[in-house]
Each structure stands twice: as structure tokens, then as C-alpha cells.
Write a protein that binds this ligand. Structure first.
Ligand code: MSP
Length: 468
């Protein structure tokens, strides 16, 4: 069996989960579910990123010890994955002592390999980003993402020789040995690499809430290095070492630099195999504005799931925006999708077909249809993260099948007692419904299960064996 390793970023716990976090997880989940359905062995990893100044500050504000704060917020993220029906195989936390030990040993390895040196540094640090910003990146003297003036910080830190890896990383991305998708993101990152790579600081003196640097206990490991290493430490902690390297990292565009440049360089230094693909998702905004607590426009995915159901939320975020591009979220459009595509389109189709079969007490041939050419093409779209296109194609099948029913008027056949003709027609239609259910399964697992369950209640056994 082929092994596939897919990851989401591990979520910062300085904030409560919002729809942007849910987006990355849902996308990765669709891919993971489809791969499992195809017979691959999948290791799907997610988790929480729990160290760093930002989190210590947030804990302090809420009057809690950092670890206690971390336990509470991490649980919220874990609950979100459950609410969203995310099929992750493991949930890693960077405060797990096994991860902390892994990071410590790994850093010692880099140090012993001669990739780390000490240097004083002065720069403009944005706590929101947890990174130093250059003058060029500021807008009116402020961090554009956090609308805050960065703090001038000067420290003596440990640095990783990132600059040594410039041409190697550039070549890996250019040649698609590490495939960065979509293409626009690949070009963007190559453009940045071409501007040159400075060595990066991998420790902090001023941050107490972190993993101590093993050879210098006055410093802690920079939160981003700690966080990136979750992908490796998790394979050890959860006994999945044979899944290395990652098949795909799904990441938001704001963290591509860390995943496409710093991460491969660190892995090269440690002589580890490199991830095969990095898929970059766009950003959600509300009324054109970035979702943030300060603006007060954060959409809580848990509330949405409670109100509209998990599959509606999953469907909406993947159907309304091409994955990879930014999107402006609107609840009215989610409601339209629910009433139109889901209830009116798919729901209506399934109910019509199943009730006609029930009412007429038909005994249909119930073997599962072979996947059609169309179904294979749709699965290919899903595999390539073209979720919107895949859903559009699936809903064309829904519309076609609904139209066939409207045009053929099977209820007339029933009235006229043309049982054989009716059976032939419904047989064909039932196969379409089952094919659709199979195609939506990775996207709408609850709905697909419900369709299979209802159809199973007709006692057409062989079709559903696969589901059990
Ligand atoms: N902790 C780091 C990741 C470390 S991975 C080694 C981090 N965490 S985060 O919680 O801030 O973001 C997690 C993911 O959610 C990122 O991929 C980020 O791009 C995504 N999103 C956060 N807000 C988002 C939107 N408003 N829209 C879409 N995705 C966004 O970064």
C-alpha cells in the first residue's frame, strides 16, 4: 500500500479558532479521505503550536500559567477538528515533552554539524508575526498584518546558516522536486529567494516560554523552528517514521516562506528527505478585511457548524473559492449554497429516487457501478486540490440526474403500471446517485454516509459492502 503523509500547519494558540483555521483543515481532510478511499495508507497530522512570546503574553493577559492556558486552547482546536469531522490520525502539541526532547536533540545535531553560530542582532520585531521585519515590509512604520509598530530588539542569538542553502533550495523549487502549488506562489517564492537569503536566528534570549537551547540554557528555541519540527517529531512520537517524507504540506500563504525556504534548508542540513509538495491556500476575509479579533469580524466555525451542519460549512468554503486564492466570506452565500445546491439539488435528488424505489417496492440490481470516466476525472481534480472545480463537476451530475427525472416523469410510469420500464429507469438513476455519493464522500462525509445508509435500508446489500 502506498504511504501518504499530509499535514496542516499547527495552529497558534494565542487566538481562538476561526474559519481561516478551519479552511486549511477541511482542505487537507478532503485530500486525506480521498487517498484513503483509493487504498493509500494515510498519516494525516494536525496539532497546536504552543510556545513563544505571543502565547506567554496571551496567557498572562488571561491570568493563567502558560501551560494551563495552552492546555485549554489546544483543546479548543482539537474540538474544532472533531466538530469539522476532520479525519486526522494524530494531533501533536509542541509542549509534548517528547516533541521538546526531539527539538532539543535536533538542534544539537545542527550545532554539532557546524550550521549554527552566535551573532548579535538588532531589528524590528513584530510579536504578532513572531519575526523580525525589514523596513521595506512596513507600511507607515507599522506591520501591515498586525497594524502595530514593531519593537526594536537587540539580542545575541544563535543563527542558522540559511544563506549556504540558497542555490540548493532555489533549484529544488524551480525543478519541482519540491512542488510549490499553485504556480503563482511558486513564482512568488522564487522571486523572494532570488533577492538573497540571510542567515536566520533560531533562538531567543528574551523569550522564556520555549524549549531551552541545549548548549545555551539562557536561550530558547525560536518558535518557528520548534513548530516546523513538529512534522518530524510527530513521525517518531506516533510511530510513523516510515511515512517520511511528507507527501504534502497544506499551508496558508502567510507561512510559505517558512515552509518553502527555511524548512527545506534545515532538512538539508540534517540530511533528511524533503517534502514533495507544498500546497498554498489563500486567505479568507470578511467584507474585504482580514479576520481578526481587533476588527471584531472573526467567524466562529463552531457556531456555523451548530447552526448549519458540518457538511454545509465544508461545502461552502471549498465550493465558493478556488483553493489557493483569497476569498471574501459571506453567510448569505453559505445559506444560498445550503438551500440551493445541498437541499434543493442533492437532497432533493436523493429523496426523489429513494422514495420512488420504496413506494414501488422495486427489486433492483444492486451492484456498484464501475467508476465512469467522468468520476475518475473528478477524483483527479480532488487529488490536485482543485476542489471548486471538482464540486462544480459533481453538481453537474446532480443537475443532469435531476433533469433526467423531470424529463422522464417516472411517476407516470408508476401510475400506468409500467413496472419494468420504471425499474430500468430507477436502476440507472440509483447508480447515478451512488456514484455521486461516492464522489462527495471526501467533501461531505456525513451526507454521503446518510445516503448510503438510506439506500442500505432498501436492502440492496452488495452496493454498500464497501462502506462498512
Ligand atoms: N503556528 C503557525 C504554523 C506553524 S506550522 C509549522 C501558524 N499558525 S496560525 O494558527 O496562525 O495559522 C494556521 C493556518 O491557518 C495557516 O496556514 C494560516 O495561513 C491559516 N489561516 C489563518 N488565518 C487565515 C485566514 N483568515 N484565511 C485562511 N487561512 C488562514 O501560522
Amino acid at each position: 500500500m502506498e504511504k501518504k503523509f499530509i499535514t496542516t500547519p499547527i495552529y497558534y494558540i494565542n487566538d481562538v479558532p476561526h474559519l481561516g483555521h478551519a479552511y486549511t483543515s477541511i482542505a487537507a481532510d478532503v485530500w486525506a479521505r480521498q487517498k484513503r478511499g483509493e487504498g493509500s495508507e494515510v498519516f494525516f497530522l494536525t496539532g497546536t503550536d504552543e510556545h513563544g512570546a505571543k502565547i506567554a503574553q496571551a496567557a498572562d493577559k488571561s491570568g493563567k500559567e502558560p501551560k494551563k492556558f495552552a492546555d485549554e486552547i489546544s483543546k479548543k482546536f482539537e474540538n474544532l477538528t472533531k466538530m469539522l469531522n476532520i479525519s486526522n490520525d494524530a494531533f501533536i502539541r509542541t509542549t509534548d515533552p517528547r516533541h521538546e526532547k526531539y527539538v532539543s536533540d535536533f538542534l544539537q545535531g545542527l550545532y554539532d554539524g557546524g550550521y549554527v553560530y552566535k551573532k548579535s542582532y538588532e531589528g524590528l520585531y513584530c510579536v504578532g508575526c513572531e519575526k523580525y521585519l525589514t523596513e521595506k515590509e512596513l507600511v507607515e512604520g507599522k506591520c501591515p498584518d498586525h497594524d502595530k509598530v514593531p519593537e526594536k530588539q537587540s539580542e545575541e542569538n544563535w543563527f542558522f546558516k540559511l544563506s549556504e542553502f540558497r542555490s540548493k533550495v532555489e533549484r529544488l523549487i524551480e525543478s519541482d522536486e519540491i512542488e510549490v502549488k499553485p504556480l503563482s506562489r511558486k513564482n512568488e517564492i522564487l522571486g523572494k529567494i532570488k533577492q538573497g537569503l540571510d542567515d536566520v536566528s533560531i533562538s531567543r534570549k528574551s523569550v522564556e516560554w520555549g524549549i531551552p537551547v541545549p548548549w545555551d540554557k539562557e536561550q530558547t528555541v525560536y518558535v518557528w523552528i520548534d513548530a516546523l519540527l513538529n512534522y518530524l517529531s510527530a513521525t517518531e512520537i506516533f510511530s510513523k517514521k516510515d511515512f517520511w517524507p511528507p507527501t504534502v504540506h497544506v499551508v496558508g500563504r502567510d507561512i510559505l516562506w517558512f515552509h518553502a525556504v527555511i524548512w527545506p534548508a534545515i532538512l538539508l542540513a540534517a540530511e533528511k528527505d524533503l517534502p514533495k509538495k507544498i500546497f498554498v491556500n489563500g486567505y479568507f476575509t470578511v467584507d474585504g478585511k482580514k479576520m481578526s479579533k481587533t476588527v471584531g469580524n472573526v467567524i466562529d466555525p463552531v457556531e456555523l457548524v451548530k447552526k448549519y451542519g458540518v457538511d454545509t460549512v465544508r461545502y461552502y468554503v471549498l465550493r465558493d473559492f478556488p483553493f489557493g486564492e483569497d476569498g471574501d466570506v459571506a453567510i448569505e452565500r453559505l445559506e444560498q449554497r445550503l438551500n440551493g445546491d445541498l437541499a434543493g439539488g442533492l437532497g432533493n435528488l436523493v429523496q426523489r429516487v429513494l422514495s420512488l424505489i420504496k413506494q414501488n417496492d422495486l427489486n433492483l440490481n444492486s451492484t456498484k457501478p464501475q467508476p465512469s470516466g467522468k468520476a475518475k476525472a473528478i477524483k483527479k481534480l480532488t487529488e490536485e486540490f482543485k476542489f471548486q472545480e471538482a464540486l462544480i463537476e459533481i453538481w453537474k451530475l446532480v443537475a443532469d440526474t435531476n433533469k433526467q427525472i423531470a424529463d422522464s416523469e417516472p411517476w407516470k410510469l408508476a401510475k400506468e403500471g409500467k413496472k419494468q420500464e420504471l425499474a430500468d429507469f430507477l436502476q440507472k438513476t440509483l447508480h447515478c446517485v451512488l456514484e455521486i455519493a461516492d464522489l462527495v464522500l471526501p467533501y461531505l462525509p456525513e451526507t454521503a454516509d446518510e445516503i448510503f445508509k438510506q439506500a442500505k435500508s432498501l436492502d440492496l446489500k452488495p452496493i454498500f459492502e464497501k462502506m462498512n
